[in-house]
Design a binder for this molecule. Structure first.
Ligand SMILES: Cc1cc2nc3c(=O)[nH]c(=O)nc-3n(C[C@H](O)[C@H](O)[C@H](O)COP(=O)(O)OP(=O)(O)OC[C@H]3O[C@@H](n4cnc5c(N)ncnc54)[C@H](O)[C@@H]3O)c2cc1C
Length: 421
């Protein structure tokens, strides 16, 4: 085995988490190989809303969330849909999800997430600067808009969690909102702006630029699908792939929503699920907000991107293999028009693009970040759910700490992969 930080490390998965991790490991002097069966950055990291929201400490399962589920499922424009044939498969996850959303647990989850998310803008800016991609990073804040005082009141606990974790918020009434973002519908009566948040104007380009930088610095990207691990006692000898073995002293599992079977290979049965999400993009839109804006009732985000306006959101529970239901993406246009009335009534198909991706989600909204049970040489870094772009820079730093056997930069005890055992 190699010594003194110069270890051979295999990073499984070339998404935002994988590329940030690979770069941190490379900075430590390790010899790093990213293993990716498709193209780098074309998983969930491709088409997300691009927001680096250090303030997103609110878990998806909150007290009362599960009670809203029947209402959401009945609403064709609702934020949640379920393929009924998938219900038996996802029931155990949903049971854990419901159990995770108690008042005391969500306070603990938010507190655990804050150090993972809060440093994102300076960290991602540093990574992007080295990669010559700083122009893709912006810090204009994130705006949450509400149509009524009642709907803002419903989010009271979410805002309390953010504030108790040090998030500063500026509030705007209708007239002030109009000045801040003139393109927004006048139906919004309240806006809450979190200035610390940032975004990327092209998530896919950002991952590609990080990958190019990694390769320029001597890193390798191998086109292969990881299938397992070969251990020599408690030590890792190699990772197995569909094109043969890759000798490695350490491996990082960051295959996003596809990580579950590989962790199971090592005896770790983790409740990872895909929360499928969609985007719809309009090229050359007639109206576009300057600040990424979340419609708090519709639970979607409008982000200004280099290539147009992106509406992203919705959750669909249907597993990894079912075909996309493009109605879920198209409904974002109907909702987006209500947010931005200046948009046209109709669009030619060539001005629109649609996408579906798999959020890698855990029922308690905390990632699996730590060592596998079978060997200290395999580290898990997956399950970042709705906040994987934001969490990736610090996740990579923590993984590099673990490989170097330094104390982790933040407290990772709440992310212990064994917490569900
Ligand atoms: C609609 C939507 C909007 C979102 N908005 C935001 C947002 O604004 N901010 C935010 O922080 N997060 C957001 N997210 C979440 C975010 O996109 C994800 O959490 C994040 O991209 C996950 O990154 P990842 O690297 O773990 O996974 P991925 O990007 O999915 O990468 C995993 C990679 O692993 C590869 N892989 C799979 N199997 C194997 C194997 N066997 N061997 C090797 N490689 C393998 C895949 O090909 C893929 O390239 C959003 C998600 C969606 C769907």
């Amino acid at each position: 085995m190699a010594v003194n930080g110069n270890r051979r490390v295999a990073v499984i998965g070339g998404g935002m988490v994988g590329m940030c991790t690979a770069i941190w490991l490379q900075r430590d002097g390790n010899s790093v190989c990213v293993v990716e069966p498709g193209h780098v950055g074309e998983g969930a990291s491709f088409g997300n809303a691009g927001c680096f929201n250090g303030s997103s400490v609110t878990p998806t399962s909150m007290p009362g969330t599960i009670r809203n589920v029947p209402r959401w499922l009945q609403d064709p424009l609702g934020p949640l849909s379920l393929r009924w044939s998938y219900l038996p498969s996802i029931l155990p996850y949903l049971a854990r999800f419901a159990r995770a959303g108690t008042a005391d647990k969500v306070h603990r989850q938010a507190k655990a997430l804050r150090p993972l998310l809060a440093p994102t803008v300076p960290l991602v800016r540093e990574l992007a600067r080295d990669a010559g991609a700083e122009a893709l990073i912006h810090q204009r804040g994130h705006l949450y808009v509400y149509r009524s005082a009642a709907s803002l009141a419903k989010d009271g606990l979410a805002w309390a969690l953010r504030r108790e974790n040090g998030v500063e918020v500026d509030e705007f009434d209708t007239d002030e909102l109009r000045q801040l973002e003139p393109v927004l519908s006048r139906e919004y009566v309240r806006g809450l702006l979190v200035r610390e948040n940032g975004h990327t104007s092209n998530p896919h380009a950002l991952v590609l630029r990080l990958a190019e930088h990694f390769v320029r610095q001597g890193g390798a990207i191998t086109r292969a699908c990881a299938t397992g691990f070969r251990l020599d006692g408690e030590r890792l000898a190699a990772i197995r792939t569909d094109t043969g073995e890759i000798a490695a002293d350490a491996a990082v599992l960051c295959a996003g929503a596809h990580s579950r079977p590989l962790a199971a290979e090592l005896g770790d049965r983790l409740p990872l699920e895909t929360e499928r999400g969609y985007h719809l993009m309009i090229r050359d839109p007639e109206a576009i907000p300057r600040i990424p804006t979340a419609d708090a009732d519709g639970k979607f985000v409008a982000t200004p991107m280099d290539t147009g306006l992106r509406f992203a959101g919705t959750v669909e529970l249907a597993g990894l293999t079912a075909a996309p239901d493009w109605r879920r993406a198209r409904m974002l246009l109907a909702q987006g028009r209500q947010m931005l009335p200046g948009l046209a009534a109709d669009y030619e198909e060539e001005r629109l693009s649609l996408w579906m991706g798999h959020r890698p989600s855990m029922p308690d909204s905390l990632p699996a970040l730590g060592r596998s049970r079978a060997t200290p040489d395999v580290i898990y870094a997956f399950g970042h759910g709705h906040v994987g772009m934001t969490a990736a820079p610090m996740t990579g730093k923590v993984v590099a700490d673990l490989v170097a056997r330094r104390p982790a930069s933040i407290d990772i005890a709440p992310f212990d992969p064994a917490r569900f055992a």
